[in-house]
Write a protein that binds this ligand. Structure first.
Ligand code: GLA
Ligand code: ZN
Length: 673
């Protein structure tokens, strides 16, 4: 499959000239301002179906050719969009089957992302459109890749989707007996006697059969992948050398993005942190977690496909990015492996739902705004950082975040309603980032062997082979961190028999007899045992969930204190496997990883990273690129590695002070061969 190898850092964003077809002067101004802002890459025509096919079968490509020619002449390249994210009203009216069905009703035309992924009619329209687009523009010199649709999401419950779901289930289970067993349908008399009796989970129907809900989520994700295949088939046939991408939404609940690996060549991500809603560092850490997750979908450089240059229009409070934050947050994406800094959107729409969404060019139509100037300064900076493009992220540490595990956890009734899988995994990410190491965020099916430390919190579900692969990882010398409520169910949400953590029991050397849930504010103490292997002392608090643990072959490193569990284990070590039986306060995880990382042979990117800063490293051709980002909200000192500061074009000062919202990108020749 083709690679996305844009030669410099891509800078630009969503560009919708289809909204300004009667204003040729606007295109001219756009091109002039793009050059001024050092923009070199635009995603064009994402919602342009009505302009491309104003009436059924009547295509209109001349305007788009004019735009592409003009951009090319100005040195701006294009990710050409397929327009399936929203369709013309004439199509919905004449072919209602393209519209989604929810709660037993077919939706009216409206919004976007409101189409059935199964509908043969919609697929035929998409195939025709994409065939035409690829034929017209697949060889256009401006076009360097395809932006397929936009933020795929949602589900449809029409009869076509029901049949496709049943066919999916037949492929998976072969027989109704094995489906009934996997879903444990004997409970509440839910045994199915005919495939036609099975219906997707909907609020007015079956919502409590965990296995059904879980398989439906997988089906929706797979059906979306299948739809992408339908979209890309003509493109790959007609323009086989152009890479394709989809713009994802990171931790979005509805799709299992790693399963798109076979149908896209690179991954885009649309990033809209709520800067200002809490400390910049807190917002930045969640953003970094998401960036590392997105890189993990394919384990290669990705694309920041959208971010706002100023404000969004859909947060409760749409705060403007403060001065310097746009540049810093773009560099943050690069630090975590993005090869682009793209924005939504180039020009503000004059009307419609997003007319107040930030854009490089506003309704004033000038280059005089703070936003334009910051974007331009960012564009100039990106030119100085150009050599980092295509560099890789090599991490000694991986953290598992697995979407099917998340779905299964949330589908379980008990031991508490809010499972907070994001929050629990983020606790660990935060401590690892605080320690200043690169972290890959991966699903449990990715290879583990390149890591020294694997952190797998809350591994409620174990997919087939996961326990064996974790065991092999540990036998190969890797260090593994497990936590409470792990090894509970198999891939179909059937509980393992024989005691938790199920297939991980001998690996961890513990038996979790029960899992207690604590009310908010209720905590146990976690008291470190004297002489524990990590050299930690004193007590920490923990809560949320708390396993009642028996150490079998493991040695006890900390014990609970408080309530009737006093004196029982809450942190154990079994060789290289650590088991944390409850959710500790952040201070514990900071101390724990500070002690564990050197034991696991992992060294920080910069020594003694100050709190509020984030450090990442990318690597290419024997060179390291070290990024240090200052999210402390103030000027702050930091010890930087020796090397060339790329933005300044001169050797980095070893004891630098990074200004508020400042950063350093330092090139170092690797000492090793
Ligand atoms: C999403 C969409 C864009 C736009 C932005 C607004 O990411 O992909 O079309 O709606 O949000 O923030
Ligand atoms: Zn449907």
């Amino acid at each position: 499959m083709p690679e996305f190898r844009f030669p410099v850092i891509g800078h630009g964003g969503d560009y919708n000239p289809d909204q300004w077809l009667d204003r040729p002067d606007v295109l001219e101004q756009d091109v002039a301002l793009m050059r001024e802002a050092r923009c070199n890459l635009m995603s064009v025509g994402i919602f342009a179906w009505s302009a491309l096919e104003p009436r059924e079968g009547e295509y209109s490509f001349a305007w788009l050719r004019g735009v592409l020619d003009r951009l090319h002449a100005a040195g701006v390249s294009v990710l050409l969009a397929t327009p399936s994210g929203a369709r013309p009203a004439w199509m919905s009216r004449k072919y209602p089957e393209v519209l989604r069905v929810e709660n037993g009703h077919r939706n009216f035309h409206g919004g976007r992302e409101n189409h059935c992924y199964t509908s043969p009619v919609y697929r035929a329209f998409v195939t025709r459109m994409n065939t035409r687009l690829a034929g017209e523009f697949g060889a256009h010199p401006a076009v360097v890749g395809w932006h397929i649709s936009n933020e795929y999401c949602g589900e449809c419950h029409c009869e076509l989707c029901q049949s496709a779901f049943r066919a999916w289930l037949k492929r998976k289970y072969q027989t109704l007996d094995s489906l009934n067993h996997a879903w444990w349908t004997a409970f509440w008399s839910k045994t199915f006697t005919d495939w036609e009796e099975i219906h997707s989970p909907e609020p007015n129907g079956e919502t409590q059969l965990c296995g059904l809900t879980l398989d439906w989520r997988r089906f929706v994700s797979d059906q979306t992948v299948d739809f992408v295949k339908c979209e890309t088939a003509p493109i790959r046939r007609i323009a086989p050398n152009l890479p394709v991408t989809i713009n994802t939404m990171g931790f979005f609940y509805g799709l299992d993005y790693p399963s798109f690996a076979d149908v896209v060549d690179f991954v885009g991500y649309d990033s809209y942190p709520m800067w200002g809603s809490k400390s910049d560092y807190d917002v930045a850490l969640e953003t970094s977690f998401t960036f590392d997750l997105v890189r993990g979908f394919l384990n290669k450089p990705w694309s920041l496909m959208e971010c706002t240059p100023s404000q969004v229009n859909w947060h409760e409070i749409c705060q403007l990015k403060r001065p310097g934050m746009h540049m810093l947050s773009c560099v943050q994406a690069l630090a975590h492996g993005s090869d682009t800094a793209m924005m939504f959107q180039w020009r503000k729409s004059r009307g419609g739902p997003e007319k107040f969404h930030g854009a490089v060019v506003g309704h004033d139509m000038t280059n005089r705004t703070r936003t334009f100037k910051e974007v331009k300064a960012t564009g100039e900076l990106l030119e100085t950082l150009s050599e980092i493009v295509h560099s890789e992220t090599k991490s000694d540490v991986a953290l598992i975040f697995d979407q099917a595990n998340r779905w299964a956890l949330d589908g379980a009734q008990g031991p508490r309603k809010d499972k907070d899988y994001f929050g629990v995994t983020f606790d660990h990410y935060r401590a690892l980032s605080r320690a200043g190491v690169n972290v890959d965020v991966i699903d449990m099916e990715k290879p583990f062997d390149s890591y020294k430390l694997l952190v797998a919190p809350y591994l409620y579900m174990l997919k087939p082979g996961a326990a064996e692969r974790l065991t092999a990882f540990v036998n190969g010398g890797g260090a593994l961190v497990l936590t409470f409520f792990s090894g509970i169910v198999d891939e179909n949400d059937l509980c393992f028999l024989g005691g938790a953590p199920g297939p991980l029991r001998s690996l961890a050397g513990v038996w979790a007899e029960e899992t207690d849930a604590l009310y908010d504010g209720q905590t146990h103490k976690m008291v470190m045992k004297p002489g524990n292997a990590l050299g930690l002392s004193g007590a920490y608090t923990c809560g949320f969930l708390a396993d009642l643990l028996h150490a079998e072959t493991a040695s006890v490193q900390a014990e609970y204190e408080g309530d009737y569990v006093s004196g029982t284990p809450c942190l154990t070590q079994n060789g290289n496997v650590w088991y944390i039986a409850s959710r500790p306060e952040p201070r514990f995880l900071n101390d724990f990883y500070q002690a564990l990382l050197p034991r696991a042979g992992v060294t920080p990117i910069v020594p003694s990273l100050p709190e509020g800063m984030i450090a990442c490293r990318r690597t290419k051709d024997g060179r390291d690129y070290t990024f240090v980002l200052n999210f402390t909200g103030a000027d702050a000192p930091v010890a930087l590695p020796a090397g060339i500061d790329l933005a300044a074009g001169q050797p980095a000062a070893p004891n630098a002070t990074l200004p508020k919202n400042g950063f350093a990108v330092i090139r170092t020749e690797q000492a090793r061969g």
